[in-house]
Design a protein around this ligand. Sequence first.
Ligand SMILES: Cc1ncc(COP(=O)(O)O)c(C=O)c1O
Length: 367
Amino acid sequence: MISPIIRPNVNRYVDSLMPDLRVILSSNMLTNVNNYTSRFEDSIKGLLGTRNVVAVSSATSGLMLVLEALGVRGKEVVLPSFTFAATAASAYWTSNRLAFADIDDTFTLDPTKVRERVNDRTGAILAVHMYGNPVHVNKLKEISEEKGIPLIIDAAHAIGASYHGKKCGNLGIPEVFSLSPTKLITSVEGGIITTDDDELAEKLRIMRNYGLDKNYESEIPGLNARMSEVHAAIGLSQVDDIDKFVTNRNEYVKLYKNELNGIPGLSFQKIPPEHISSHKDFSIIINKNKFGSDRDQLGRELTDAGIGVKKYFYPPVHRLNAYRDVNVRLPITDIVSNNVLSLPIYNYMEKEEIEFITKSIITRGNK
Ligand SMILES: Cc1ncc(COP(=O)(O)O)c(C=O)c1O
């Protein structure tokens, strides 16, 4: 593959990391929020400006802890279907009552559709900063406050993104980031919960450690959702570079769009001017009739040309067997999901690489 869909760049940190790994492995302080995990949490706190950062083993476990801590058990969770299955899995394991709502042209939850789905059984609204494009925070907060229902954000894609000049993770809502290898920074596996609510943060710290407090008492069931010291050290090595990665990715998306703008049948996710996306992914939407080739055909041809592509996210969650909901109508979700193709984007890319990809797309459309 000439240009794989992702290219993690953790290899750049190998030399600087080795002494830390030696320290950890020879200290026998391997996990349980010791030196490196605390330092990692502090450095994310500094970057995002959040009151509390709780490092966890994955975004999925972090979302489960937040949903459980906020009391969704037995209640419905309103969430998008245009997302990765992990968003739905976290709601399944905590409430098992999923109420899907449609997205709009930002590919994030449409607040008017959320309002229609909220009722007296609703326990939480779980929105997703899709590809790192922040959700409609103010409008969703309005619904959350008016109805007295917690708003939680799956920010798996969104490290380094911002909304109205504020970093995601500092929006006054619990948010959960992922550090798996497809993200801007990675701890190999891992997640970060951010919250301004000290009481919630304390509860989450207990819950990530089996739900056991210092006195070996357990008020709320927990998980083993701890981040190990090794994972924390790997994550810590990259934190100072997050802003640079976001700047680079925005530059690459600009290049992509400059080349692809005006090609009949191609369109993009809308990024409102007051949003800065982290661009964890960059996707195009293909209108087969206008472009002259459908998503699957273009995807196959690009793959044959050595360009890695993915259908992020197809099928939508409400069409996966585990979460199937045949009664819900999500027309925008279906259109986006049926026609989306995600293209390669990394923290560091060459202009020529993007030009090769865009030319490969353009030559496969209407001549
Ligand atoms: C939207 C979304 N939510 C949650 C997750 C799960 O993250 P993790 O692998 O850290 O559990 C992912 C993973 O890519 C994701 O894309």
